[in-house]
Design a protein around this ligand. Structure first.
Ligand code: ADP
Ligand code: MG
Length: 615
C-alpha cells in the first residue's frame, strides 16, 4: 500500500457516480424522475444503441432557469429540499441533488431548458470536469436532456454493459415501473428511431386501467379488480389485483408502489404471499399492483442510493394492514356472486347490453366494511392510532388515485333471474353424483359441476379457521382413546404445546412415553386420528418456537382439513349433495380449494347450445 492521497476531483466524482449510474437504465430513471418532479405532462425518451451511444429526453415541465443551469450539474445541488427535516414531508422523487452531477461525471451531458417566463432557452454542456458556459439556444418550453457516450471516461465500466438489446430491455423495465407509480404524464419511448411504447396519462380509474394495459399488457389488465381502503394506521391502500386464477410462475407481475415509487420490500412481498396463501397453489405468485400511501414521516427513503428500498418505522403495522386488505378483496373477488357473474359474462357474449352494463363493473370491487379479522392480526383498536406517538401531518402528498377513485363504482348487482325464486340457489339443485367425485347440479340457466372433495375440504378449513379464532377448534371426545408410543422429542413438544394442541381441537393424556388421544377436532368426523395427530405434531416440531407456530396456524388447519377426505370416496345422497351446495354458497372463498383450484365450474345453457351448434 502506498501513501494516503486525496483523490482527484473527477476520480472521486466518478466513484460516487458509480453508485447511482451503473447503466443506461439508471440514467433514464434519474432524468425521467426529474421530469416528473418538474410537473411534465408530455415526456419523450429516445434511445440509441441501447442508450450507450445516446439518450435524449424531452419534457414540457417547469424548466430550469438560466441562472440555475450551471448549478444543476454540481453535486449536492437541488431545488427540492433545503434541510434534512424536509424529508419528512417529501413530495418529490428526487432530493439528493446528485443525479445530473453523476451523469456529467460519466458521460457527455447537454441540458437545454426554457421555463415559461424566460424568453429563450439556455443550454449548458459538460465534458468530464469541463463545464462550457451556459448560453442562449433554440428550444421549446420545458427541458431537453441529452446524454452521450456513457462511460467514455471509464472504459472499464463500459465493459460491464451488456448488448444494446439487453440495455434497452432494462431501460424499458425502468420506464414501466416509473409509469406505473406516476400516472400524470403521456410518455412516448423510442428505440433506434422506432416507437416502442406509448403510455397514456390517467385521470380516471378507467384511464388507469388503460395505462396498466399499455405498460403490462392486456392479458394482465383484463384480469384486474380494483379495491381501496382508507386506513387510519397507514393512510391508504389501493390495488389492482388480478383474479387468483391468473397466477405466475415468478413474482414478475407484483409491483409495490409506495408514495409514487416502486419499491422492493421482502416483508411486504411476504405479506402478499400470506394473503394469497389460501387461494394460490404452492410455487405460484399472485399478480397485482399495490399502491400504498403512507405518511412520509414514518418512512425513510434515504437508505438506498436508488431509493428502491425503504425503512419503515413500524413494518408490522404496514404488513398487517396489507394482509387484511388483500384478504378482504380476494374474498370479494372470489365470492360466489362475482364468479357466477364472471362466468356469465365470459360465456355468453350474446347477452344484451343492458345486462352486461349491470354486471360489468364487477372488476371494480368496493371495499367491505365488516370483514372478519385474520386470526394473526391484532384487533383494529390496537393498531389504529398512535403511530409510536406520532401524529399525522397533512402534507401535500397525494395518492395516485385521489381524484380518480370517487365516485366509488358500484358493487356488482346480482342478476334477478338467479335469485328471484326461492328454489334458484346460485349453485342450483343437485341431480347426480358422478363417479363418486363430481356433483352435477341444475340451475335455471345451465349446469354446474362441483368437485365435491375440494369444496368440502375448503368448507372444513374455513369452519376450523372460524372456530380457531373464536374459542379454538371444537373437540369431540373419542369413545376409546387411541394410544401412540412417542419418542423423547415428540413427548417434549406434546407437553410444551399442549395448549396449542387443544386450540386445534385435540385432547390427550401422557403416561411416560405413551400418548392417549382422547379427543379430536369435531368437524373432522371419522378419520385416522393417529396419522392426523402425528402430522400435526411434525408440523409443530419443525417450527418449535411459539411465534413461528402462530404463523403456521393456517397451514396446520389446512393439514387437518386435508385429512377430512373420506366423504368424497362414497356416493352422496341427493340430500347430502344439496347440503354441500348450500354450504359452499355460504362459505367464504368456497369456490376455490385450499390450493387455489376451482371447486366448481358452470356451463351455461347458451354455451351448451353452442356446443350443439344451436343458435
Ligand atoms: P435532484 O433531482 O435530487 O434535485 P438532480 O441532479 O436530479 O437532483 O437535479 C438537480 C436539479 O436540476 C433539480 O433539483 C431540479 O431543480 C433541476 N432539474 C433537473 N431536471 C429537470 C427537469 N427535467 N426539469 C426541470 N428541472 C430539472
Ligand atoms: Mg433528480
Amino acid at each position: 500500500m502506498g501513501k494516503i492521497q486525496k483523490l482527484e476531483t473527477l476520480t472521486a466524482l466518478q466513484i460516487a457516480a458509480g453508485e447511482v449510474i451503473d447503466r443506461p437504465a439508471a440514467v433514464v430513471r434519474e432524468i425521467l424522475e426529474n421530469s416528473i418532479d418538474a410537473g411534465a405532462s408530455q415526456i419523450k425518451i429516445e434511445l440509441f444503441n441501447g442508450g450507450v451511444q445516446k439518450i435524449i429526453l424531452t419534457d414540457n415541465g417547469c424548466g430550469i432557469a438560466k441562472e440555475d443551469l450551471e448549478l444543476s450539474v454540481e453535486r449536492h445541488a437541488t431545488s427540492k429540499i433545503q434541510k434534512i427535516t424536509d424529508l419528512n414531508d417529501l413530495t418529490t422523487l428526487g432530493f439528493r441533488g446528485e443525479a445530473l452531477a453523476s451523469i456529467a461525471a460519466v458521460a457527455r451531458l447537454c441540458i437545454t431548458s426554457k421555463p415559461i417566463e424566460q424568453e429563450v432557452a439556455w443550454q449548458i454542456k459538460t465534458d468530464g470536469l469541463n463545464r462550457h458556459q451556459s448560453s442562449p439556444s433554440s428550444g421549446l418550453e420545458g427541458t431537453r436532456i441529452e446524454v452521450e457516450d456513457l462511460f467514455y471516461l471509464t472504459p472499464a465500466r463500459r465493459k460491464f454493459l451488456k448488448k444494446a438489446n439487453t440495455e434497452y430491455t432494462k431501460v424499458d423495465a425502468i420506464i414501466k415501473k416509473i409509469s406505473l407509480a406516476n400516472l400524470s404524464f403521456n410518455l412516448v419511448f423510442s428505440n433506434d428511431n422506432k416507437i416502442v411504447r406509448k403510455i397514456p396519462l390517467a385521470t380516471s380509474l378507467k384511464d388507469a386501467k388503460d395505462r396498466i394495459a399499455a405498460i403490462l399488457g392486456h392479458d394482465f389488465s383484463d384480469q384486474l379488480y380494483f379495491g381501496e381502503s382508507e386506513l387510519p394506521e397507514i393512510r391508504k391502500i389501493q390495488a389492482w389485483i388480478a383474479h387468483p386464477k391468473f397466477s405466475r410462475a415468478r413474482s414478475d407481475l407484483q409491483f409495490i408502489v409506495l408514495n409514487n415509487r416502486v419499491i422492493k420490500d421482502p416483508a411486504i412481498s411476504n405479506a402478499i404471499k400470506r394473503a394469497f396463501e389460501d387461494v394460490m397453489m404452492i410455487g405460484r405468485y399472485p399478480a397485482l399492483v399495490l399502491y400504498l400511501t403512507i405518511d412520509p414521516s414514518i418512512i425513510d427513503f434515504n437508505v438506498h442510493p436508488t431509493k428502491e428500498q425503504v425503512k419503515f418505522q413500524d413494518p408490522q403495522l404496514i404488513t398487517r394492514a396489507i394482509v387484511k386488505f388483500l384478504k378482504q378483496h380476494i374474498q370479494e373477488i372470489l365470492s360466489i356472486k362475482s364468479s357466477i357473474h364472471e362466468s356469465l359474462m365470459q360465456e355468453t357474449p350474446s347477452m344484451d347490453f343492458q345486462n352486461i352494463q349491470s354486471m360489468s363493473p364487477t372488476k371494480v370491487s368496493r371495499p367491505q366494511e365488516n370483514i372478519s379479522y385474520n386470526q394473526l392480526s391484532p384487533k383494529p383498536e390496537e393498531s389504529t392510532h398512535d403511530m409510536l406517538g406520532n401524529t399525522y401531518q397533512a402534507t401535500s402528498y397525494k395518492s395516485p388515485f385521489v381524484e380518480l377513485s370517487s365516485p366509488k363504482p358500484p358493487l356488482p348487482q346480482v342478476s334477478n333471474n338467479l335469485d328471484d325464486s326461492q328454489n334458484s340457489f346460485s349453485l342450483g339443485v343437485a341431480i347426480y353424483h358422478l363417479s363418486n367425485r363430481y356433483i352435477l347440479s341444475e340451475t335455471k340457466d345451465g349446469l354446474i359441476v362441483v368437485d365435491a372433495h375440494a369444496a368440502h375440504e375448503r368448507i372444513v378449513y374455513e369452519r376450523m379457521k372460524l372456530e380457531y379464532n373464536d374459542q379454538g377448534v371444537a373437540c369431540q371426545n373419542l369413545i376409546l382413546p387411541i394410544t401412540i408410543q412417542l419418542d423423547d422429542i415428540q413427548i417434549k413438544h406434546c407437553l410444551e404445546y399442549q395448549i396449542i394442541f387443544e386450540q386445534f381441537g385435540f385432547s390427550f393424556t401422557l403416561d411416560q412415553s405413551i400418548l392417549s388421544i382422547t379427543g379430536i377436532p369435531k368437524v373432522l368426523g371419522e378419520i385416522n386420528s393417529e396419522e392426523l395427530f402425528i402430522d400435526v405434531l411434525t408440523e409443530v416440531i419443525q417450527d418449535s418456537e411459539s411465534h413461528l407456530i402462530n404463523q403456521k396456524v393456517d397451514k396446520i388447519l389446512a393439514t387437518l382439513a386435508c385429512h377430512r377426505s373420506v366423504r368424497s370416496m362414497r356416493e352422496l345422497s341427493i340430500q347430502e349433495m344439496n347440503e354441500l351446495l348450500r354450504q359452499i354458497e355460504s362459505t367464504d372463498l368456497a369456490n376455490v380449494c385450499n390450493h387455489g383450484r376451482p371447486t366448481w365450474i358452470k356451463m351455461d345453457l347458451k354455451q351448451i347450445d353452442h356446443l350443439f351448434h344451436r343458435t
